[in-house]
Ligand binder design. Structure first.
Ligand code: F6P
Length: 329
C-alpha cells in the first residue's frame, strides 16, 4: 500500500520556459483542492540544497498564468550532481516533512530526479516537461515549445520584410542544442528557404544547390533556419562558406534570435498544456505514482518513466521534415 501524502513541493529547474508559471498555478490550485500542503522550492535543486522553501497559498499563484519565466526562479545546479548535495537536499525535505516533489524542467532535471530517487526512495517524485526544446521522449509537446516557436516565427516574419526589400539571404539561428524541433516548426511556419537541424546530415553544396534553384526561379531573397546544434558549424561559419559559393544575393546576413525565444507571455496552447500537466501531476501523485514524467500523448495525459524519458531520443517527424524541404524549394 502506498503511503498517503500530505505535503508536496514544486520547483522549476534548468532553462526556464514560457508557461512554467501556468504549471505551478495548476499544481498549487489542485493541491489545495485535495487538502494538501504545498511548498515552492526557489531556484530548483539549488534551493533544495540551501533549504530555500516557501509555503504557497492559492493567492500566491494569482495573476501569474500570463507571465513568462518562473516565479520560483531556476538554476542549473552543479551541487546536486554530488552525493553531498543530494544528501543535504534530502535532509531539508525531511526537516520540512515533504513527502512528494513535482519537478518542472527538462532532461537534466529528470536525470537529477532519478538519481535522487534511487538514493532516497521514500520521496515520491513526478516531473512535468518544461523546456522550449520539445526534446523529451514520451510527450508530444513540452511546456514552452509553442510560445518559443511563435516568437521565432514573428522574428522571421520581420526579417522577411527586410530580406525581400534588399534581395538578401538571411541565416537565422534558433535554439535547440541537441534537437531541431524549434527549427523545423519555425521553418515551416516561417516559409523558410532551407532548414539545418542536428537530426539530419546536411552539407554546404546541397544547401547552395537548393538556394541556386530558387534563384533561377527569380527568388531574389531567402531565409534559412539554422538550429544551434546543427552539425555544419556555427551559423556564421555556414554563412561565410555559402557566401564563397553563391553570388545571387545582394548580401548575406546572420540573425541569432537567442534568449528572446525563452521569454514572453506564453501562448494559449502552452497555458492549457501546462494547466493539464500540472493538474494531472497532482492527481497522479495522489494515485501513488512516482518516478515518471507527466506528459501528453494523443491529447491525453501520459506517464513515462524518468529512465525512458531521459535515455530515449524523441524522433523528429520525418514526414514533416520531408515536407519542409519540398516546400522550401
Ligand atoms: O534547453 C533550453 C535551451 O534554451 C536550449 O535551447 C539552449 O541551447 C540552452 O537552453 C541555453 O541555455 P542557457 O540559457 O543556460 O545558456
Amino acid at each position: 500500500m502506498t503511503k498517503e501524502i500530505k505535503r508536496i513541493a514544486v520547483f522549476t529547474s534548468g532553462g526556464d520556459a514560457p508557461a512554467m508559471n501556468a504549471a505551478i498555478r495548476a499544481i498549487v490550485r489542485n493541491a489545495f483542492n485535495n487538502d494538501l500542503h504545498i511548498y515552492g522550492i526557489m531556484r530548483g535543486y539549488e534551493g533544495m540544497i540551501d533549504g530555500n522553501f516557501k509555503r504557497l497559498e492559492t493567492t500566491d499563484v494569482s495573476n501569474i498564468i500570463h507571465r513568462g519565466g518562473t516565479v520560483l526562479k531556476t538554476a542549473r545546479s552543479q551541487r546536486f550532481l554530488t552525493l553531498e548535495g543530494r544528501k543535504q537536499a534530502y535532509e531539508n525535505l525531511r526537516d520540512n516533512d515533504i513527502d512528494a516533489l513535482i519537478a518542472i524542467g527538462g532532461n537534466g532535471t529528470f536525470t537529477g530526479a532519478l538519481k535522487f530517487m534511487e538514493e532516497y526512495p521514500d520521496v515520491r517524485v513526478l516531473g512535468i516537461p518544461g523546456t522550449i526544446d520539445n526534446d523529451l521522449f514520451g510527450t508530444d509537446f513540452t511546456v514552452g515549445f509553442d510560445t518559443a516557436v511563435n516568437t521565432a516565427v514573428q522574428a522571421v516574419d520581420k526579417i522577411r520584410d527586410t530580406a525581400d526589400s534588399h534581395n538578401r539571404l538571411f541565416f537565422v539561428e534558433v535554439m535547440g542544442r541537441h534537437s531541431g524541433f524549434i527549427a523545423l516548426h519555425t521553418a515551416i511556419a516561417g516559409g523558410a528557404g532551407g532548414v539545418l537541424i542536428p537530426e539530419e546530415d546536411s552539407n554546404i553544396d546541397d544547401l547552395v544547390k537548393l538556394l541556386k534553384r530558387g534563384a533561377k526561379r527569380a527568388k531574389l531573397f531567402s531565409i534559412v533556419i539554422v538550429a544551434e546544434g546543427n552539425h555544419m558549424g556555427t551559423v556564421y561559419d555556414i554563412a561565410r562558406q555559402v557566401e564563397e559559393k553563391i553570388d545571387v544575393y545582394d548580401d548575406i546576413k546572420v540573425t541569432v534570435i537567442g534568449h528572446l525565444q525563452r521569454g514572453g507571455s506564453p501562448s494559449a496552447f502552452d497555458r492549457v498544456l501546462a494547466s493539464i500537466l500540472g493538474f494531472g501531476a497532482v492527481e497522479a501523485l495522489l494515485e501513488g505514482k512516482s518516478g515518471a514524467m507527466v506528459g501528453i500523448r494523443h491529447n491525453a495525459v501520459h506517464l513515462t518513466p524518468f529512465k525512458e524519458a531521459i535515455s530515449k531520443s524523441k524522433p523528429l517527424n520525418k514526414d514533416l521534415l520531408r515536407m519542409a524541404h519540398i516546400l522550401a524549394q
